[in-house]
Design a protein around this ligand. Structure first.
Ligand code: KIV
Ligand code: ZN
Length: 556
């Protein structure tokens, strides 16, 4: 790279618009959306869509709710032409959808485009020619006047040819290609020349589309350009002002949003931002940004994973796992502090509350995603995520200090393997750590009266079956007494918790005991059983077995 990039690259010139109004604007309603997946998106594919893929994409776009769909560039290839014909001849265009097609400003291409549209009930025909200085100078070798005349004469040709098809409801669209790189005064001159020919009215508008063919500036400068154009073009009340952002600087979404604030009425883009180079505007991103601000975008992404699968199939390109709103990982937190916060916020949330969830800007359920993947455990995670997974998948409500204790065992496992642990992995580790073994159910009898309980039975401790007898104020007290005596160890119950198990773990009750053993070790024990007394007894054995054994006497 250069030490002095200014020797090769120039800064984008600011727009002189001291009285700009867009910074205070708020987006309160959805724009007119136009999908260009089947045209701009398709042109950018390694392998452009065949007709079945195009049809699948078209139907998906219709299902999502797009009312304007640029279906192709019929003069560019036979497939594009044939697809347009198929849509018309097989009557596949719903009554509330308008198809759009693109053509360069060249007579044979324009004629062929109208031919492709013969018989369509309504259509947007989109004319473009390059207007930027570099194109005028280097590529086309045309003066400003010649460019204006090119646009004007082809706009006239549109009008003339359209008159030959009076049964179609035509809308005309014009794009000064590379608007983002064209002097504002010159793009206004070309736009005004085109609308002077088309003579749109407030009742029958034309569309003027402003592409950031290549993104060159920060989005605020583009917003200034749009506001300038919005305020200066002639016949503004008869124009639908559209923008068509690309994403070369990675700011396509911001560009589109600020352009709406600056006066644009319509957005062109692709699902998940497919398109030339770094892509077209990601319309899903903008639509769902609006949704999270309480604005109905008028597009339905409630089955976003299905839409992603279709788009991946049609485009034969993957969507990145971290792609906003749709990526596989975008509703997942690995960080322990994030997990803690999410867990607490879910617990505090009441049905009908405004969505106010740390680290989750949108409710994944609104897009057909589940909460399952919200919390995943890797070496960055803490007790919150572990507890959440064990509760959501296995119905365990671990006491807080047990969460801390178990998270250390998880951390050791992570450090050894370096891998993410699934809920199932955690459950296996939990079973091993707390010796949850359904085959060693305690066999015992309880008896007693007036505040005294006697227990006698067979219990497995440290792999040996022992007969124990004891008395106490309740079954736990009686068992602790019997076990202490048999093992010669001091066992004190510091805390006890139990609950019915609602899911997954194959037992009806869970008991957790925090024990102080030999006045030295504080450990948790866990027991699970259909019977709560058996679960408690197993929890005490589990705790004892987990305590370091240095001072343990052999069982008599
Ligand atoms: O990016 C662009 O400039 C285009 C035009 C043809 C609208 O796709
Ligand atoms: Zn484009």
């Amino acid at each position: 790279m250069l030490q002095n990039p200014a020797s090769k690259y120039r800064a984008f010139p600011p727009v002189r618009l001291a009285d700009r109004t867009w910074p205070d604007a708020v987006i309160t309603h959805a724009p007119v959306w136009c999908s260009v997946d089947l045209r701009d998106g398709n042109q950018a594919l390694i392998e452009p869509m065949d007709i079945p893929r195009k049809m699948r994409m078209f139907e998906t776009l219709v299902d999502i709710g797009f009312k304007e769909i640029e279906v192709g560039f019929p003069s560019a290839s036979q497939v594009e032409f044939d697809f347009m014909r198929k849509l018309i001849e097989e009557n596949r265009i719903p009554d509330d959808v308008t198809v759009q097609v693109l053509t360069q400003a060249r007579e044979p291409l324009i004629r062929r485009t109208f031919e492709a549209l013969a018989g369509v009930p309504r259509a947007i025909v989109h004319l473009y020619n390059a207007t930027a200085p570099v194109m005028r100078r280097v590529v086309l070798g045309m003066s400003e006047d010649e460019i204006v005349e090119l646009a004007r004469s082809n706009a006239q040709l549109f009008k003339d040819i359209a008159a030959d098809y009076p049964d179609t409801d035509w809308t005309f669209q014009y794009s000064p290609e590379m608007y983002s790189d064209t002097e504002l005064a010159f793009s206004k001159r070309v736009i005004d020349a085109v609308t002077a020919v088309w003579q749109p009215t407030p009742e029958k508008k034309c569309i003027i589309n402003l592409p950031t063919t290549v993104e060159h500036s920060t989005p605020n400068l583009f917003a200034d350009m749009v506001e300038w154009t919005h305020r200066h073009v002639e016949r503004r009340d008869s124009i639908v002002l559209s923008v068509h952002p690309h994403n070369d600087r990675g700011t396509g979404t911001a560009t589109a949003e600020l352009a709406l604030m600056a006066g644009a009425d319509r957005l062109e883009g692709c699902l998940f931002g497919n398109g030339e180079r770094t892509g077209n505007l990601d319309v899903v991103n903008v639509a769902l940004n609006m949704y999270t601000q309480g604005v109905n975008p008028g597009l339905d992404f409630s089955r976003i994973d299905e839409i992603r699968a279709t788009v991946e199939h049609c485009n034969q390109l993957p969507v990145h796992p971290r792609h906003p709103y749709v990526g596989e990982l975008v509703y997942t937190s690995f960080s322990g502090s994030h997990q803690d916060a999410i867990k607490k916020a879910f617990a505090a949330r009441q049905e009908g509350d405004v969505w106010d969830m740390p680290y989750l800007p949108i409710d994944p359920k609104d897009l057909g995603r589940s909460y399952e993947a919200v919390i995943r455990v890797n070496s960055q995670s803490g007790k919150g995520g572990i507890a959440y997974l064990l509760e959501s998948e296995y119905g365990l409500q671990l006491p807080r200090r047990l969460q801390i204790e178990f998270s250390q065992a998880v951390q050791r496992e992570m450090d050894a393997s370096g891998k993410e642990l699934t809920a199932q992995d955690l459950w296996k580790l939990f079973q091993a750590e707390y010796r949850l073994d359904a085959t060693r159910r305690p066999q015992y009898r309880l008896s007693g009266e007036s505040g005294t309980v006697a227990i006698s039975g067979e219990f497995q401790v440290h792999g040996e079956t022992r007969s124990l007898n004891g008395e106490g104020t309740g079954p736990i007290d009686a068992f602790v007494g019997a076990l202490s005596e048999a093992t010669g160890r001091s066992i004190r119950v510091l805390n006890y918790a139990e609950h019915a198990v609602s899911a997954g773990a194959n037992a009806q009750a869970a008991a957790y005991v925090e024990l102080r053993i030999d006045d030295e070790h504080v450990v948790y024990g866990v027991g699970m059983d259909a019977n709560i007394v058996s679960a408690s007894i197993s929890a005490i054995v589990s705790g004892l077995e987990r305590a370091p054994r240095a001072k343990e006497a052999s069982i008599a």
